[in-house]
Ligand binder design. Structure first.
Ligand SMILES: *[C@@H]1O[C@H](CO)[C@@H](O)[C@H](O)[C@H]1NC(C)=O
Length: 347
């Protein structure tokens, strides 16, 4: 048994899966606050055009698929196209490519602004080639729960916080915003009142999350709709939400509201059967936590979950220490990371 496991481990070390296309660390530094982004920093950001006008943001999730908001689309698909590789709207990049739309799938539960289901899948007429400034983001699995307070980023070419539209040359903007869970956000929305507040007591629905600051100041705004709220989690950038609605912009107690991606994993998979999802969990503070996150990142995560249920955590630990011993490796981190990828196959 021991010899067999070791063989398997060695074989797996040689055949480690490559990271998924969406997993990569970005080189450029981030600055806290609303700022010009750097060219290529957010390679999944797209601009949805109605005629020649920028009408909404969107996020590249696969070669020919973009996620945006349902409320961005009211007309026929021929009224729109999708620009990728764009950085400054008034200074077209060499990397800019423009795609007609094959189909727009608005989520059937969407009715109007503030309703749940404000999400749309946009299928490009032809697949796009990925490069340094055009790359997809990772989609969170349905099990992913983004922790309150996680520092995420929202990007777009929408209005700047002082009411006016973005000034020339209209450089992509980025702002860091902490996540606010549904209950806390409903409490904020029940604090004070604004003329254009949504009706009803708790406007933040099950498929929504908020991001921003109780004091306001940093937020998404008109024109950012449909664009990404992304969070870096163990070296993968996950699309946490789609910019959906807000009460004006950057108002105190009125953070921006986003449609969560995890509740729509099945709906997305129905339309894109080949799409992959990334698993992340914060439910582990033990030293094994790092390993669990690596398992989560590997394409074998589903099998690992089943294996865990069968063998139990002790079996898993046993297998892990057994392999560490058989390879003569100490608990050096790189070795443990490699072994973590191998564990599901051994069990
Ligand atoms: C951004 O970078 C891409 C890839 O290097 C380049 O093609 C494009 O022209 C750049 N855009 C601007 C505005 O500098």
């Amino acid at each position: 048994m021991r010899g067999l496991s070791c063989l398997l481990v060695i074989q797996l070390l040689l055949e480690l899966p490559l990271p998924e296309a969406c997993e990569h660390t970005r080189g450029s530094p981030r600055i806290v606050g609303g700022n010009d982004a750097m060219n290529g920093s957010w390679p999944w950001q797209v601009s949805i055009r109605g005629g020649s006008d920028h009408i909404c943001g969107g996020t590249l999730i696969a070669e020919s698929w973009v996620v945006s908001a349902a409320h961005c689309f009211s007309g026929d698909k021929s009224a729109y196209h999708v620009n990728l590789g764009e950085y400054q709207l008034q200074n077209p990049s060499e990397s800019l490519v423009s795609f007609p739309i094959k189909e727009i799938y608005r989520h059937p539960s969407y009715t109007d602004i503030g309703s749940s289901g404000d999400i749309a899948l946009v299928e490009l007429e032809t697949p796009v080639s990925f490069n340094s400034v055009i790359r997809p983001v990772c989609l969170p699995a349905s099990s992913v729960e983004f922790p309150t307070g996680m520092a995420c980023w929202v990007t777009g070419w929408g209005d700047t916080q002082y009411g006016g539209s973005l000034t020339a040359p209209k450089t992509l903007q980025e702002v860091q915003v902490p996540l606010i869970d549904r209950d806390a956000c409903n409490s904020l929305f029940n604090t004070g009142s604004y003329t254009d507040d949504p009706q009803g007591i708790d406007p933040i629905q099950q498929d929504m999350i908020c991001a921003g600051y109780p004091e306001g100041e940093k937020d998404s705004c008109q024109g950012d709709s449909g664009g990404p709220l992304v969070c870096e989690w163990d070296s993968a950038w996950l699309l946490a939400g789609v910019v959906s609605w807000g009460v004006e912009c950057a108002r105190p107690n009125r953070p921006g509201v986003y449609i969560l991606l995890p509740p729509y994993a099945d709906w997305i998979q129905d339309h894109i059967p080949t799409i992959s999802f990334t698993v992340r969990s914060s439910a582990n503070a033990s030293p094994l936590g790092a390993l669990r996150n690596i398992w989560g990142a590997s394409p074998t995560h589903t099998r690992l979950k089943q294996a865990k249920r069968r063998g139990g955590p002790l079996g898993l630990l046993g297998a892990l220490s057994h392999c560490l011993v058989c390879l003569g490796l100490g608990p050096a981190l790189p070795a443990m990371l490699l072994l973590a990828a191998a564990v599901p196959m051994i069990l």
